[in-house]
Ligand binder design. Structure first.
Ligand code: OTU
Length: 647
């Protein structure tokens, strides 16, 4: 239904009048005026998206009114401290692109036991240079079946074992004082089957049943499933779970206890907008939108990445721009590269995980060849102005080989065989392998499988230590540092998976825990080892090697404007093993070279001259100098960042 400006303006006038009578005592206050100014600015976009999604519902305007009431209420309740931080962010919308942001992610319980003790650990994070902290879902969730927190029973309650909501608020305040942005999840595609909506649905409440997608017979699930992927094949084939008490098939994309929400129902949109605004008022700076591709379903399609999914996010974003303008969205779309890009934009998700870079860093370590990485980044690294990638090497999830098939074929790689090779490699089944990964969710039909393991174990540190092989240990350490150096220098927000900076290895103890045993992702979710931290000051230890090098990277970014916020340009280095890019700011240019081979490699002097390097070059990582008229020799797995002063 196309919207006319007139229709939009008329609706706004009428809604403002309704709001004024509802909030009569507030009208005339400065707060109220500023709410109205914001609403006027963002209403057209919000209205357009919602009309497209819900315009055919007879009660469309009723729901729109309710939404605006919730927005006004949330704005009026937003703490002054948060409003001043909104003002700072609005004055500098490029804050997400500033080199100042250095990310870390962790589980509260695994890192520090609980929210109160986490506050005592903040000096450790500050010392490391962290200014962005993603805490894994810390909401109330079922005992046992909780998918590491991604099955949420209440968005307004913390997991009692971690502390109270007030503890979270105090932590948020503390982080703000220290200049650390708080990142929390918005698990909005599904709730746990113990959420109050699900409980009511189970006991027959039809309004709440409409919050989910439920079917009396297999007919519709079958029709849908003809086009759907199975996401967690270990768990159940397809995307539906039969609920015996309800005698209905419930849509469950992930685990059987994670019920997908029905976004075709405008009440669901409103209810979730309310939960989202509640979180924003706790003091969240970045909201990580979990599983974005799946939120809209349409029979006959894959039910992933549909245009309506984008509209839902854009509508949420418009709500946030009015009420909590300092908050941004981070997209978690672990899908094909063409689809990932589409979630990124100022009016959708301002930042996004970069799963393509993540996967290709591991791909290059396995192949010792940087061609697919270079080719893919050349084509896909650049994103819309004002937005930023979150670059990471590992996360709490598995690694999937999500490169683009056509891009692989363009450089002569068979994508199917290549994925099989990579899986075997990381499961340690290939002769040239150094890795100790384990499979996650092998699909018995498609044979697709993903990889688990910590950075250090996948990079070969565990294996080398068992062999007590000094040379292999050295190579493993270099691999860990090489990929971290890339994510810190390539442009965007680097994200450390805490534990990686001290070289934590795979943790097999999850096998003994009945609640975790079925999910190999726990292999790389160990308890943070504070004893290892005690060794970071001792130069003879591997902890020192990794920790001090990563610490140094945070300083390099802060001290070099080109690395902090320069443009990125990829180029062919003339050597297939070496990945290369320029970072350029107004008065600085840095040439980054990453040798993915465990042999020495060289870059021809001619190539350096073509790139504008004439005299001596200094590597700002090692302090080593090079002479541009000579061939540049790189050590095995060496990374250099060569500075060229333009003034
Ligand atoms: C996310 O991941 C979370 O990161 C996981 O930890 C959760 O289990 C899951 O959602 C359910 O909440 O399939 O293997 O494209 O690939 O959302 C990880 C997005 C996942 C999905 C992604 C999902």
């Amino acid at each position: 239904m196309p919207v006319t400006d007139k229709q939009c303006q008329r609706t706004l006038v009428r809604l403002k009048r309704l709001l004024e009578s509802r909030f009569a005592s507030e009208v005339g206050s400065t707060e109220w005026k500023s709410f109205i100014i914001r609403l006027e600015e963002h209403f057209p976009n919000l209205f357009r998206q919602l009309l497209e999604l819900y315009g055919s519902h007879f009660d469309f305007y009723y729901h729109l009114e309710r939404l605006l009431e919730v927005m006004a209420e949330s704005y009026l309740h937003r703490a002054p401290e948060l409003k001043s931080s909104d003002a700072i962010r609005e004055a500098d919308p490029a804050w997400i692109q500033s080199g100042h942001l250095i990310g870390a992610m962790t589980y509260v319980d695994l890192f520090a036991d609980d929210l109160v003790k986490l506050r005592e650990r903040l000096p450790y994070l500050q010392e490391l240079g962290v200014t962005y902290l993603h805490l894994m879902p810390l909401y109330k969730s079922p005992d046992g079946d909780d998918d590491g927190g991604y099955a949420v029973s209440s968005y307004r309650e913390t997991d009692p074992g971690l502390g109270s909501l007030d503890d979270l608020r105090e932590l948020a305040h503390d982080l703000r004082q220290r200049g650390i942005s708080l990142v929390l999840d918005f698990v909005f595609n599904h709730t746990s089957d113990e959420h109050e909506w699900a409980l009511a649905a189970k006991s027959g409440d039809e309004t709440c049943q409409d919050f989910y997608l439920m079917f009396d017979s297999r007919q519709e699930p079958d029709e849908y499933e003809n086009h759907l992927r199975t996401i967690f094949p270990d768990e159940h084939p397809g995307c539906f779970t039969y609920h015996t008490r309800l005698k209905k098939w419930v849509w469950t994309t992930f685990h059987t206890y994670q019920w997908d929400l029905n976004y075709r129902n405008p009440e669901v949109f409103n209810a979730m907008a309310e939960e989202m605004l509640f979180l924003s008022n706790v003091g969240v700076d970045v909201l990580r939108l979990d599983a974005v591709p799946f939120v809209w379903k349409q029979k006959g399609t894959t039910c992933e990445n549909l245009p309506e999914a984008h509209r839902v996010i854009q509508a949420f974003n418009a709500v946030v721009r009015v009420v909590a303008p300092g908050m941004v969205f981070k997209s978690e779309a672990i899908v094909a590269p063409d689809d990932i890009e589409k979630y990124i934009g100022p009016s959708e998700c301002q930042i996004s995980y970069n799963p393509l870079l993540m996967a290709l860093l591991w791909e290059s370590l396995a192949t010792r060849d940087a061609r697919l990485l270079t080719h893919s980044m050349n084509k896909r690294f650049h994103i819309i102005e004002g937005c930023a990638w979150v670059n990471y090497v590992r996360s709490h999830d598995d690694i999937g080989w999500g490169f683009d098939n056509a891009n692989a074929e363009e450089i002569g790689i068979n994508p199917h065989d290549h994925r099989r090779f990579l899986n075997n490699f990381y499961f340690g089944k290939h002769d040239s392998s150094f890795a100790e990964g384990e499979p996650f969710q092998e699909d018995p039909i498609t044979l697709d499988v993903r990889v688990c393991g910590t950075t250090a174990s996948l990079a070969g540190l565990g294996r080398a230590m068992k062999l007590d092989d000094e040379q292999e240990i050295e190579l493993a350490l270099r691999r860990i540092l090489l990929i971290h150096r890339v994510i810190f220098t390539i442009g965007g927000i680097p994200l450390i998976y805490l534990g990686d900076e001290i070289g934590m290895l795979n943790d097999h103890s999850y096998h003994d825990d009945i609640e975790k045993a079925g999910d190999t992702r726990w292999l790389h979710r160990p308890h943070f080892d504070w004893e290892k931290v005690e060794r970071v000051g001792d130069e003879s230890t591997i902890e020192f090697r990794i920790h001090s090098s990563i610490r140094k990277l945070t300083l390099l970014r802060v001290n070099n404007p080109a690395l902090a916020r320069g443009d990125t340009e990829f180029f062919a280095t003339g050597n297939d093993h070496v990945f290369g890019y320029f970072r350029t700011s107004q008065d600085q240019s840095v040439l980054c070279l990453a040798n993915f081979s465990d042999q020495p490699q060289s870059i021809e002097a001619r190539r350096l001259r073509q790139l504008g390097f004439k005299k001596a070059l200094v590597d700002i990582v090692s302090g080593q100098s090079f002479i541009a008229s000579h061939t540049l020799e790189l050590e095995p797995l060496q990374f250099v960042a060569l500075l060229r002063q333009t003034h």
